[in-house]
Design a protein around this ligand. Structure first.
Ligand SMILES: *[C@@H]1O[C@H](CO)[C@@H](O)[C@H](O)[C@H]1NC(C)=O
Ligand SMILES: *[C@@H]1O[C@H](CO)[C@@H](O)[C@H](O)[C@H]1NC(C)=O
Ligand SMILES: [Cu+2]
Length: 250
């Protein structure tokens, strides 16, 4: 028995080192612990939606693509209340995040009614409030948003656009790793109540579902960054819908 336990521990440690997800948030300076994927769900109270694996999602049609889980809220689900539009939200990945090549993407989805608790993430429509891909250089040797995330203490900070209507939302932070194909998608979600918002609803073209928002042939998910061609390619197409118009002026 002990032998098996030790083996399981070694296996877990190896997994933990290779992949991961969003473990904490800071919202307008307030710290929020996230979900602990390898602990029992029983008794966990956090604003983050449950998720259960450090492993990447590698199919655009994976039913867990919205929030790296079945889309349901936790039994004791919390919501970050009174997040004023315009507030900065920082997501913390595990330290150190191992994958420096790829984009960073942040989405919001409004829930029907006054709370996201009980709302399945797979039924929502998402719009992109922040994105960054190739920052400089070629896709083979250049610098990427995911590398900047690592440099910044394994964090990415996005601003809730001032124009977003007030209401109950899920916020979905995602890092995508391109060091191997199929590309590795790492999304996690949290529940926030946006207050003091504006009146710019996202357009139909800006809204997607997950799965659905990414395609199997998206250049941003299929590009081989180790190919000969990559050495002289200086553009990278970030996957997903066009950025929400209100995000550009925040
Ligand atoms: C860096 O992130 C860790 C969590 O991974 C956090 O505990 C620590 O306070 C952060 N450091 C700074 C300087 O923000
Ligand atoms: C670079 O731009 C070309 C021309 O628009 C496009 O076909 C190609 O998919 C882009 N490359 C990447 C990696 O996004
Ligand atoms: Cu990994």
């Amino acid at each position: 028995m002990l032998g098996i336990a030790a083996l399981a521990l070694a296996f877990f440690a190896q997994k933990a080192a290779a992949h991961g997800g969003v473990l904490f948030y800071s919202i307008g300076g307030t710290w929020y612990n996230g979900w602990s994927p390898y602990n029992t769900p029983t008794g966990q109270t956090t604003i983050q939606r449950p998720w259960s694996s450090y492993n990447p999602i590698q199919s655009v049609s994976d039913p867990t693509l919205a929030c790296n889980d079945d889309g349901t809220s936790g039994a004791l689900q919390l919501t970050a209340s009174a997040v004023a539009a315009g507030t900065k939200i920082t997501a913390y990945w595990n330290n150190p995040w191992p994958h420096p090549y790829g984009p960073q993407l942040t989405y919001l989805a409004q829930c029907p009614g006054t709370s996201c608790t009980g709302v399945n993430a797979n039924t929502l429509q998402w719009f992109k409030i922040d994105e960054a891909g190739l920052l400089s250089g070629s896709i083979y040797a250049g610098s990427w948003a995911a590398g900047l995330m690592i440099t910044n203490n394994n964090t990415w900070t996005s601003t809730i656009p001032a124009s977003v209507p007030s209401g109950a939302y899920l916020i979905r932070f995602e890092t995508i790793a391109l060091h191997s194909l199929p590309a590795q998608m790492y999304p996690e979600c949290a529940q926030i109540q946006i207050t003091g918002g504006g009146s710019l609803a996202p357009t139909t073209a800006e809204l997607v579902t997950f799965p659905g928002g990414y395609g199997v042939n998206d250049p941003g998910l299929t590009v081989d960054i180790y190919s000969n061609q990559a050495q002289t390619t200086y553009n990278y197409t970030i996957p997903g819908p066009p950025l929400y118009a209100g995000a550009k002026v925040s």
